[in-house]
Write a protein that binds this ligand. Sequence first.
Ligand code: NDP
Length: 390
Amino acid sequence: MYALGLQDIDIDKIEKIPLAERLPSNFLKVFECEIPEPKDDEVLVKIFGAGLNYNSVWQSICSPLSSKSLIEGHVRRNSKDIHHLKNYYIFGSDGAGIISKVGTKVKNWKIGDQVVIHCNVVPTHEKNIDDMKSLSQSIWGYETNFGSFAEYTCVKYNQLLKKPAHLSWPEAGSYMLTLGTAYRMLASNNGAKIQKGENCLIWGGAGGLGSFAIQICKMIGAKSIAIVSNFEKANYCKSLGADFVINLSEFGSFEYLNKLESPNYLFWKKFKNKINDVINGEVDVVFEHIGKDTLGFSIYILKKGGRVVTCAASSGYLAKIDLRYLWMEVKSLIGSHFANLQEAEMANKLMINKTIKPVTKTIIKFDQIPIFLDKMYNRENVFGKIGIKF
Ligand code: NDP
């Protein structure tokens, strides 16, 4: 079968190049490999639609770790998955397709079923235990092999969800990772558990996470304040139902941190006042994934007792924060990562019953994956999700 990702020989070369000079399309390639054989608790799915996620950017540039290290880590935690160790790594953590083979212990699913695959890999789901706290937990197509950028993928049967009948394949194959993540961050007890009437500031409102975060706020009755970098993205957020949009291009310079990478308090104060003026109130929850550049400000801007919920650090994971604004103002910083099975199922239900609408604005062909990962990395004008048609 054909697949897209990296091979061992590529990783050796990439790791010798300075990080600032690495770009996904410089390294990613299509290669031929064997169709994986499902183990007893796995299924083989023929992929009909998939989606791009930022984790494929990280994998392509081997930062912070190469796929080889990530998958070796998964196998150390899950010795049964030794078959994931190959000399190639297939990327892709979102996909939808049709089951074409089932392992002997697979329950409730059969050949021919149309499925969406969620990316949380755990050997078993234990009732009343949060999967995300399991020591064996990994993300499919990132910390495990056989991701969705291939003709076939091999996944645990407990990763399967019903495909919403009204969605096209690229739509069905591109929402789960970011919708599930945004759902846990905002709606779940494991996240910020946002309440009706609260104000939620959403970084990257037009991105994959942001476009679902806006819709989740709307569903709950919370007010969303989407932050974006240009006019087109601002309009897109409004079309999704954002209550307020802050277009960064309308401000002068954006210096959250000064030259020594310490908090730029003057700018923070100015920007906080501006946002509070626009919303005529204060921010209860910040939906974070930018990291180094904005985390300190995200804590600062909250009203007393507010919460920052974060799942990522696109601008860097070593962030400087001023702890005084956390403890003196009794705020919380909540870490969140994808979604457990119950949260993924809840998120999928919202898509099935059309409470949440798909945000797959761009549909690309398989061989365009590298170029579109570059666009995500460079913060070009991409909106919502990018779907892949097979
Ligand atoms: P997208 O590329 O779809 O959107 C990210 C948005 O963030 C962009 O639209 C951009 O908006 C904004 N952005 C990027 N860099 C900066 C910056 N330095 N300052 C301000 N805004 C910035 O990505 P996703 O929404 O899918 O993912 C975002 C991050 O979350 C990634 O790092 C990803 O790996 C991570 N993630 C983590 C998950 C988890 O489970 N832990 C799950 C899903 C994603 P604009 O240009 O308008 O400012």
